[in-house]
Design a protein around this ligand. Structure first.
Ligand code: ZN
Length: 152
């Protein structure tokens, strides 16, 4: 039983993102830069975003901490890259709904992110998985507060 539960937590795609984190290279000119911290686990991350024509052109994420926080951050960075801000907000909403256990979650928006659903079975790890997404929320707020950036 314990093995089955661990398999739920560490699905192959999650392990792959942990071992080979995407989008680690810092951006030269980010329009938003936000740091996130999960004191329950000690996870830390820095998220940078740059926009071009209302789309996420560049995303960079440096993460330190447990495997789940790093994998979730890497998966988030892949999920938002190249997307428009409204699309990013839809993915963010779908992920948040999934982690809440909302039955109305839009699986189409999630793609690979669905692999993180198993984390819900480990309540102390949920904050590890959602850290990158809370940081993304702050970055979106930072972008929206900037004059001249189209956020429609
Ligand atoms: Zn953690």
């Amino acid at each position: 039983m314990a093995n089955v539960e661990l398999d739920d937590l560490y699905r192959e795609v999650v392990l792959d993102h942990y071992r080979n984190p995407r989008n680690r290279k810092p951006l030269a000119n980010p329009q938003a830069a936000v740091e996130g911290f999960n004191p329950l686990c000690g996870d830390e991350l820095t998220l940078q975003i740059s926009l071009s024509n209302g789309q996420i052109e560049g995303v960079a994420l440096q993460a330190r901490g447990c495997s789940i926080s790093q994998a979730s951050g890497s998966m988030m960075s892949e999920a938002i890259k190249g997307k428009s801000l409204p699309e990013v907000r839809r993915v963010l909403a779908a992920f948040t709904a999934m982690m809440r256990g909302d039955p109305a979650v839009n699986a189409e928006e999630l793609g690979d992110l669905e692999a993180l659903e198993g984390v819900r079975g480990f309540p102390v790890r949920v904050k590890c998985a959602t850290l990158a997404w809370h940081t993304l929320e702050q970055a979106l707020a930072e972008l929206a507060a900037k004059p001249g950036e189209a956020t429609a």
